[in-house]
Design a protein around this ligand. Structure first.
Ligand code: PMP
Length: 406
């Protein structure tokens, strides 16, 4: 494997080499969506130039090529997650659709008074689908508390995990705080009580590779666009036995075995959950993204990411009134912050004028904003293609903004 070389890696991401508002782009909004390497752009371009057709129709050569590329990508995702079988890998539009699929699929098993355990640090994608199912079934959505430092409160978890708990739906990594939750431990405790478990992996997969068999979760969801692949696709891992027991999420072509007006039967896994023509080029692009990640020196990537976060943490003191929200001991390189006297959205706008892209607002985590008593935060989220120099530029800009506007 080639050693980690930030300059070489940046050449793989053509979008990074541009000026924004007259300044070199510093892209620190990777948590919202990551940029795409040439390997992904090329794979999708080649797919459309050489092999596009509909999949699983088996009528001609292009169809066979498209099917091979599409199913090849499913195998890449299976391998990435270490799932036992490609039957357990369902294509979805992303994490959001994956969680909606599971919530709807589990609805027939939920009764009045049942509890769905989530946490106070969930993204809306792992709250609202459960609330909608709760309204339909009489179940309740119960949030595990968060500590002031931004870790899951394990005492709260243990006190809420009870006889009524049917589902534990928890994020692997917080998109706001960067906290890496001890999901293996939480799953083990839930499993001991027969609780079904879902992990929202949207913010985990850009930083490390999960092993669904080691975690022993029932479901694991992630989005391609956060893991350097295209938008419009993601994957749901589900244990075959649970997927078999769930009704399909949508009806249409592809997901059936036989249709008649006297009754319709479902296709086998994973196709039972894949109604309609899928996002074929996007699946190919996601496969290419995972392959790209696979040829990087992962320990070196992790070390580089940690160095970015360390540098950022060291520089916090250089900005008067700056405070980090989320100081967990185990974090990915995500930094939510506030600066006394400045509104988060003004910080975002002023940074953009310097060519620096961050995200501001509630980050689709309003209950967490309520917990911290803030309307929103400013968030810099780093990827392995960011440099220490970019971290320095962020802080130089923040110092200036604080001096002039706070
Ligand atoms: N969960 C988490 C933790 C996220 O960060 C996001 C995206 N911000 C989602 C779920 C939803 O992902 P998507 O919009 O790609 O479906």
């Amino acid at each position: 494997k080639p050693a980690f070389d930030a300059a070489a890696i940046r050449r793989d991401f053509p979008i990074l080499a541009q000026q924004v508002n007259g300044k070199p782009l510093v892209y620190l909004d990777n948590g919202a969506s990551a940029q795409k390497p040439l390997a992904v752009l090329d794979a999708m371009d080649r797919y459309y130039r050489e092999m596009h057709s509909n999949v699983h129709r088996g009528a001609h050569t292009l169809g066979d090529r498209a099917t091979a590329a599409f199913e090849g990508a499913r195998e890449i995702v299976r391998d990435f997650l270490n799932a036992a079988s490609t039957r357990e890998i369902i294509w979805t539009r992303g994490t959001t659709e994956a969680i909606n699929l599971v919530a709807n699929g589990l609805a027939p098993q939920l009764r009045e008074g049942d509890e769905i355990l989530v946490s106070q640090m969930e993204h809306h994608a792992n709250i609202v689908p459960w609330q909608m199912i709760a309204a339909r079934t009489g179940a309740r959505v119960v949030p595990v508390q968060v500590t002031p430092g931004g870790e899951l409160d394990l005492e709260s978890f243990d006190s809420l995990l009870g006889d009524r708990t049917r589902v534990l739906a928890i994020t692997h990594v917080s998109n706001v705080l960067g906290t890496v939750n001890p999901v293996a431990e939480l799953i083990a405790r839930a499993k001991a009580r027969g609780v079904i478990t879902l992990v929202d992996g949207a913010q985990a997969v850009p930083h490390f590779q999960p092993d669904v068999q080691a975690l022993d979760c029932d479901f694991y969801a992630f989005s391609s666009h956060k893991v350097f692949g295209p938008t419009g696709i993601g994957a749901l891992y589900g244990k075959a036995a649970l997927l078999e027991a769930m009704p399909p999420y949508q009806g249409g072509g592809e997901m059936i075995e036989r249709v008649s007006f006297s009754g319709t039967t479902w296709n086998v896994l994973p196709y039972k959950f894949e109604a309609g023509t899928p996002a074929i080029a996007e699946a190919v692009g996601l496969g290419a993204a995972i392959k790209y990640l696979g040829q990087l020196d992962r320990p070196a990537v992790e070390a580089a990411e940690n160095a970015l976060l360390d540098r950022a943490n060291q520089l916090v003191e250089s900005v008067p009134g700056m405070e980090i929200i989320g100081t967990a001991s185990h974090k990915v390189p995500v930094m939510s912050f506030k600066i006394a006297g400045l509104h988060p959205s003004d910080i975002g706008t002023l940074l953009d004028q310097q060519g620096i892209a961050i995200r501001t607002g509630h980050h689709c985590a309003m209950p967490l904003m309520d917990f911290y008593g803030v309307p929103g935060t400013a968030r810099a989220s780093f990827a392995f293609y960011n440099t220490l120099d970019e971290v320095d530029q962020l802080f130089t800009a923040l110092q200036k903004i604080q001096r002039l506007f706070a």
